[in-house]
Design a protein around this ligand. Structure first.
Ligand code: ZN
Length: 320
């Protein structure tokens, strides 16, 4: 599919339909996650706001440029701060999230306030990563570390001016926004986190998945409910929607949802087998995933380890 691409400094826009844009982030920045811009006709909607105000300000400017007005609504897809840290950059908008998600976001605010009082843990994290980088020959791992360092440095730079803004409107199951040009449905589900929101544009066949979607990269599973996440992916695979915007990675199709589901299923099955044999988490970590997941694992071994540990712990808790 050939889509019009518009480059910004740390993200680029892809026009998925007239007035519907995916904002695809760039790794190693505080806009390493994806966002979206939707022209509702009489108002404009932004989905997610990156990690910090700087790229979020550029996102609102892009919204104004592409739709003729700044965002009236900002919808947040889940509580991880790389998707809503830029909320303060939307002065004209009402921020909408799920009720449960808002509670999760309050924990994040506490974490950032601590960092604002004492940024040393972040500085130490940067120093440790730089130290590791100096002794890492592997190119993929070097790239990953460089991205981590660049991201933390950008966060450190914006930390003093960060004012985490919580949502003003929350909902529990679904909410519909009726614009003069298009209708947008917001639905809640547990999957990537305890409360995710995905955004459906029924007439356009487009879904903004938030982090329920990770394409061409390993999904982040620390806070997930794997069974419900897999069920959601299956549900989407059954729909007639054609374009899916993930929280991380390029815009995809149902094929990408299937691949993501296969990764989740493979990892859950593997960790379950290891746990059932009474073996330790270390033996689960010895797994080498088959293609196409081998490349994902090689690119981000830390993500793989975090996922395996989270699943192992989860299964151990379930057994008790
Ligand atoms: Zn996330």
């Amino acid at each position: 599919m050939n889509r019009r691409r518009m480059d910004q400094r740390t993200f680029h826009l892809e026009e998925l339909a007239d007035g519907v844009f995916a904002a695809i982030g760039r790794r190693g920045t505080t806009s390493h996650s994806n966002a979206g811009i939707i022209d509702l006709g009489d108002r404009s909607l932004v989905i997610d706001t990156f990690s910090t105000p700087e790229p979020a300000t550029a996102l609102d400017a892009a919204c104004e440029e592409r739709t003729g007005r700044p965002a009236s609504f900002v919808v947040i897809t889940h509580g991880h701060s790389d998707h809503w840290g830029g909320n303060q950059a939307f002065p004209n908008a009402t921020v909408i999230a799920s009720t449960l998600m808002r509670a999760h976001m309050m924990d994040m605010v506490a974490w950032v306030r601590e960092l604002q009082v004492d940024p040393d843990p972040l500085r130490k994290e940067i120093a440790t990563s730089q130290e590791t980088l100096a002794h890492t020959p592997d190119m993929a791992e070097r790239t990953r570390l460089e991205e981590v360092i660049a991201h933390y440095l950008a966060l450190l730079r914006e930390l003093p001016t960060l004012k985490y803004r919580l949502p003003e409107v929350t909902f529990d199951a679904s909410l519909t926004l009726h614009g003069s040009r298009r209708t947008v449905e917001l639905h809640t589900v547990a999957g990537h986190t305890r409360s995710d929101v995905f955004v459906v544009l029924p007439a356009d066949g487009i879904v903004f998945c938030g982090d329920l979607g990770f394409f061409e990269t390993q999904p982040f599973m620390r806070d997930c409910d794997p069974a419900r996440w897999i069920a959601w992916l299956e549900e989407m695979e059954e729909t007639t929607y054609t374009a899916f915007v993930p929280g991380h990675g390029p815009v995809g199709t149902k094929k990408d949802l299937t691949r993501e589901r296969e990764y989740l299923e493979a990892l859950v099955a593997h960790v379950r087998q290891v746990a059932a044999r009474g073996e330790s988490v270390e033996s689960a970590l010895a797994l080498r995933l088959p293609p196409p997941f081998a490349a994902w694992q090689a690119a981000e071994s830390g993500r793989f380890e975090a996922n395996v540990r989270a699943l192992y712990e989860r299964l151990a808790v379930q057994k008790q």
